[in-house]
Design a protein around this ligand. Structure first.
Ligand SMILES: CCCCC/C=C\CCC/C=C/CC(=O)SCCNC(=O)CCNC(=O)[C@H](O)C(C)(C)COP(=O)(O)OP(=O)(O)OC[C@H]1O[C@@H](n2cnc3c(N)ncnc32)[C@H](O)[C@@H]1OP(=O)(O)O
Length: 292
């Protein structure tokens, strides 16, 4: 009887403990109401938000995903309980992001292109202007706009064996000035000129050598490594961090802010050229046929 009572007490204690643990766990991870293409979890212990891009198949940045990411980062900026963020992809081991959605640039009206580019501008201004520490956990390929998005963060941890770069020229298009400036800021003018002129796509190890990414690790270490560095970054006095980040990034952002309409007109005029449309169409077809 005594033995039974002891084991019953143990069961009750275990049940109480697991309920307490569950309460603690559910209190510490808050899921933000979010569209299912941008999943966001906030750890209420650390204040770290994990933003996971989840638009199949390759997180290509169409109007929906651009808007969802922009809205999410605006909310995280305004949420005083959030101390920093990690940006990653649901398609780990495959793709971080395939960059801007090429379909949105092919055989579209001027109005469609203008609206699309306005969203690209807003996405850039919001992530680049995100005032808190932001670490990219690049867990798959990151060509073109995917690379630009990673460059907007303050630190990049990349999985081994994938590729990253601003390789627009290979498609017959040219990276906009605000993408080019991201690359120059990370790797310096010499490497940036080589990378952009030749549309060079770097392996993770090559990217590490030129400073395009800060660490290369195996897949299961990408997010934990990102969290470790985020912990360090959030220990810097944050008013100073924000002021510093803002003044280092302000010039290029202001150039864009001061002439958004001109930049849109420039994009539309460039993309609508027959030879550019031909190149985009050919590239789209090649992408589709790669599988066959
Ligand atoms: C003088 C100054 C001028 C200024 C000009 C101003 C502006 C112009 C600049 C515009 C800037 C553009 C920046 C960009 O971001 S352009 C985007 C280019 N993106 C790419 O080149 C990436 C292409 N994709 C890939 O390389 C691969 O998909 C991958 C990311 C490596 C993943 O490979 P994998 O896992 O094998 O997947 P699939 O290739 O089979 O793709 C699945 C599916 O998705 C379609 N797709 C892939 N990428 C895109 C994309 N970016 N947009 C739209 N669709 C994409 C692909 O076609 C497959 O579709 P299906 O399943 O239907 O075949």
């Amino acid at each position: 009887i005594q033995a039974l009572q002891i084991s019953e007490n143990k069961i009750i204690k275990t049940k109480m403990l697991s309920r307490a643990c569950f309460r603690q766990f559910s209190a510490s991870i808050r899921r933000m109401s979010s569209t299912n293409i941008v999943e966001t979890n906030i750890d209420s212990g650390t204040g770290f938000a994990t933003v996971t891009l989840s638009q199949p198949p390759v997180n290509s940045l169409d109007k929906n995903l651009l808007t969802a990411i922009t809205d999410r980062f605006k909310k995280l900026s305004d949420d005083s309980s959030v101390t920093g963020a990690i940006l990653t992809s649901k398609f780990d081991g495959k793709v971080f992001s395939a960059g801007l959605n090429i379909v949105d640039m092919f055989q579209k009206s001027d109005d469609h292109l203008g609206e699309f580019w306005g969203m690209v501008q807003e996405w850039y201004l919001t992530i680049q202007g995100f005032p808190k520490p932001l670490v990219s956990a690049i867990n798959g390929h990151a060509p073109t706009g995917g690379c630009a998005m990673a460059l907007m963060s303050d630190y990049r941890v990349m999985v081994e064996g994938k590729t990253i770069g601003l390789n627009e020229t290979l498609l017959g298009i040219v990276a906009p000035f605000f993408f080019a400036d991201l690359m120059i800021a990370a790797v310096g003018r010499r490497h940036a000129e080589f990378a952009l002129n030749n549309g060079y796509l770097y392996t993770s190890d090559e990217a590490l050598k030129i400073g395009l990414v800060d660490e290369v690790v195996n897949l299961d270490q990408v997010v934990p490594t990102a969290l470790k560095i985020l912990t360090k970054m959030t220990k810097t006095p944050q008013p100073a961090y924000q002021v510093c980040k803002n003044f280092l990034r302000k010039e290029t952002m202001d150039t864009l802010r001061n002439d958004r309409a001109g930049d849109i007109a420039h994009f539309v005029g460039f993309v609508q050229q027959p030879n550019v449309q031909k190149a985009i169409g050919g590239y789209l077809q090649a992408l589709k046929q790669r599988k066959k």
